[in-house]
Design a protein around this ligand. Structure first.
Ligand SMILES: Nc1ncnc2c1ncn2[C@@H]1O[C@H](COP(=O)(O)OP(=O)(O)O)[C@@H](O)[C@H]1O
Ligand SMILES: [Mg+2]
Length: 212
């Protein structure tokens, strides 16, 4: 049983988008993947899969909504990989996901308003006994400014955390993909698609490093 958790403090940072992208790439690589959508208010991953199914877009991504982490974890044994997508500010669910996941992805923007809560969340996890190695920060919805990106990487490194390679810029292409039920890695626009593929590949590489 392998699990990757996607957690965050703030909503709208691109967490579900990255979770769906990761699920898509593992599914394409013929893993049997479950996406446990734990955000019962938004059900972002679930809705994306419904749009995908309505367009007969392959492969089918197995997304199910679970009100609790326990219920999701009870299913996890049946799959090669379970991806847990949490709601923002879901303190208890986040702690439970952090406990069970092999790898924890915290997506963040580049502004201090994003970086500070990201590091605060990571510190809280460590206080609760979560290993630092399990935590990986992903840069999402970024401006495209190289300087801002470098400063954000430094900020995360100085705080003692691992960050993934690459980033997803804030781009209409990612919303278009979402509207079509696609993963950002399936965007019809080459630049954004390659960014998403690089970021997901970095998740896969990190997963192989720490859980493989
Ligand atoms: N890199 C991006 N560029 C543009 N829009 C994005 C990007 N990432 C996500 N979005 C859009 O922003 C909204 C919130 O993204 P979502 O993945 O649901 O975030 P979260 O799960 O963190 O709340 C969605 O409409 C999504 O399509
Ligand atoms: Mg979400």
């Amino acid at each position: 049983m392998a699990t990757i958790g996607f957690i965050k403090q703030k909503g709208g940072v691109g967490c579900s988008t990255l979770a769906f992208a990761t699920a898509t790439e593992y599914t394409r690589a013929t893993w049997d993947v479950l996406v446990a959508d734990l955000d019962t208010k938004q059900t972002t991953c679930f809705k994306r899969q419904v749009r995908r199914a309505n367009r007969d877009f392959e492969p089918h991504i197995n997304v199910q909504v679970f009100p609790t982490v326990d219920q999701a974890i009870r299913q996890a044994d049946k799959y090669d990989l379970t991806i847990l997508d949490t709601a923002p500010h879901a303190t208890r669910a986040t702690a439970q996901v952090a406990e069970v996941a092999d790898l924890l992805i915290i997506p963040t923007g580049l502004a201090l308003d994003d970086l500070e809560p990201t590091v605060k969340l990571a510190h809280e996890l460590r206080k609760n006994g979560i290993s630092q190695d399990k935590i990986a920060v992903a840069f999402c919805r970024t401006s495209g400014s190289e300087r801002e990106y470098l400063e954000a990487k430094e900020y995360i490194e100085e705080a003692g955390y691992y960050h993934l390679d690459g980033q997803m810029h804030e781009k209409p292409a990612f919303r278009i993909a979402s509207d079509l039920g696609r993963s950002p890695t399936e965007s019809q626009y080459k630049g954004p698609r390659e960014q998403a593929i690089q970021l997901v590949q970095s998740i896969i590489d990190r997963f192989n490093q720490i859980a493989g």
